[in-house]
Design a protein around this ligand. Structure first.
Ligand SMILES: [Zn+2]
Ligand SMILES: [Zn+2]
Length: 330
């Protein structure tokens, strides 16, 4: 590297050496901070397995679950959860899931839309500087490509209203976006963290939690009344974050949104590293509570497929068994 002053005279060798030393020390200090940030002394304490009733569900035979991957964000395991390796690259899925149901299809989140580059400019500089993503075709583009009849799409059901979950809403204009009252207040409340959601001018529709306890969560909302799509409040990441339980004839799924970013967060009881918790979560204590509730469920129901919104492995497993991947309604 050629170090020069404004007048083009090179700095003396001693100055150049001390600048290099400073750069090395700075890089080492940053690396040490990054490792300290993701270090774990021990996982969260293990809860007792869930011992409550298994809620009844009678999903129609024609129900299908279709993953729509709309891009990736380039991260690492150590970025996602305490104890993960910073050297283990993880491409976070930016995804939507189409739940086909004879009474009306529901899209869980949207992933990245085709306007993401412009929307991303609404995020603060430090977020843009530390976030690298690659966009694929949006959910709307993928549905159009296969000739999907959009009149079948009843709503977009959001796990929460962060940028990477709402980005595709403008392409689905006319389809209502279902949110809880708490999340609606969060969207309207201002600030950078919900700026992309506000910019979508979506047709927000609020729903309530009229149903009783469900798999350890205090209240619930049964979308079609048959137990096939049941939403429970799981606040913490945002004030109105929810978990969507989807039961298709062959399997139960739990769409946990950003409760954790990778499934080790639940299976190994590891919350996000300190810095990520501080910046990304509205209430890290509530997130911790919900992680342990899901861990208790996972212990009791090993067949439950836990789907964090950004865990590409969980979406890859949708297509097995094979009927789940089909866009055709029988
Ligand atoms: Zn989020
Ligand atoms: Zn997210």
């Amino acid at each position: 590297m050629h170090l020069v002053r404004g007048d083009d005279r090179p700095y003396p060798p001693a100055v150049r050496r001390s600048r290099k030393l400073l750069a090395v020390v700075g890089a080492l200090a940053l690396a040490a901070l990054a490792f300290a940030n993701t270090f774990r002394a021990s996982p969260l304490p293990a809860p007792a397995p869930y011992a409550g009733p298994l809620p009844k569900a009678s999903p129609p035979e024609s129900m299908r679950l279709v993953p729509l991957l709309t891009g990736v964000t380039h991260r690492s395991a150590g970025f996602a959860y305490r104890g993960g390796s910073l050297l283990e690259k993880r491409d976070f899925s930016m995804a939507a899931a189409l739940v086909r149901h004879p009474r009306g299809d529901v899209l869980i989140d949207t992933g990245l839309g085709k306007d993401i580059d412009a929307q991303f400019q609404l995020m603060p500089w430090w977020f843009r500087a530390t976030t690298r993503f690659t966009r694929a075709r949006s959910a709307g583009e993928q549905l159009d490509a296969i000739g999907y009849d959009r009149s079948r799409l009843r709503a977009v059901l959001l796990t929460h209203a962060h940028w990477d979950h709402v980005s595709g809403l403008p392409e689905l204009a006319g389809t209502p976006a279902w949110v809880s009252a708490e999340e609606r207040r969060f969207i309207d409340g201002g600030g950078w963290i919900s700026a992309v959601a506000r910019s979508t001018n979506a047709r927000w529709e609020e729903y309530g939690f009229e149903g009783g306890p469900y798999l350890g969560f205090a209240k619930s909302h049964d979308v079609w009344g048959d137990g096939s799509i049941v939403v429970v409040p799981a606040p913490g990441h945002t004030p109105g974050s929810v978990i969507v339980f989807v039961t298709v004839p062959e399997r139960r799924y739990a769409f946990v949104g950003d409760l954790v970013w990778q499934r080790e967060g639940i299976t190994e009881r590891e919350e996000r590293p300190w810095l990520q918790r501080t910046l990304a979560d509205r209430d890290a204590g509530d997130v911790r509570t919900a992680i342990l509730q899901m861990n208790a469920l996972a212990q009791a129901l090993p067949g439950l497929a836990i789907v964090p919104a950004h865990d590409a492995r969980a979406f890859a497993e949708f297509t097995s068994p094979s009927p789940a991947g089909s866009l055709e309604l029988r």
